[in-house]
Design a protein around this ligand. Structure first.
Ligand SMILES: [Cu+2]
Length: 172
């Protein structure tokens, strides 16, 4: 049905153009879904942050920072000699259109040197730095919700419960 350019039709087109344009500006290449941080108690000085990262172009997560932690590193958990260990990685590759999970038992953002306990319900600002293939960097700010210490799976410190988070891994 080609009704000629009625005013409302023109308006609709104008609006969709504006939406397209502004979302192109506002919405970065990288989107973060469900960011959360494992809560801490007492003298715990470090914890993990988890999220799902999706990007429209190939990028790498190269750095992270947060005002609640003195040092923030990008880590991965891996089974080495049957023991879950975590280690710092230089970056996490995020291919275009392929979501990457940062989750207990896998990749995570490590918050080290906490000044005070992170209590459930609080919100932790984290700045993530991504680098594209062209070497250009962009920063994405997220507010991660603090969840109880015993949420989903342990961050490796306890081998027993750590195994729950590692069930998807291939061990020898
Ligand atoms: Cu870690």
């Amino acid at each position: 049905m080609t009704r000629s350019n009625s005013p409302s039709r023109l308006a609709a087109r104008a609006i969709s153009f504006i939406l397209l344009f502004t979302s192109g500006l506002a919405c970065a290449q990288v989107t973060i879904a469900d960011p959360w941080v494992r809560g801490t108690v007492g003298g715990m000085r470090a914890t993990g942050a988890f999220m799902q990262i999706t990007s429209k172009t190939d990028v790498k997560l190269v750095a992270a920072a947060s005002p609640v932690a003195r040092t923030v590193e990008v880590h991965e958990m891996a089974v080495v000699d049957n023991v879950m260990r975590m280690r710092e990685v230089k970056s996490i590759a995020v291919e275009a259109g392929k979501p990457v999970m940062l989750e207990p038992g896998g990749y995570h953002v490590m918050l080290i040197g906490l000044d005070k306990p992170l209590t459930p319900g609080a919100s932790v600002p984290i700045t993530l730095t991504f680098e594209g293939r062209d070497g250009k960097r962009q920063q994405v700010q997220v507010k991660a919700e603090v969840r109880p210490l015993n949420a989903p799976a342990k961050d490796g410190a306890s081998a027993k419960s750590g195994a729950a988070g590692a069930h998807h891994m291939h061990s020898k």
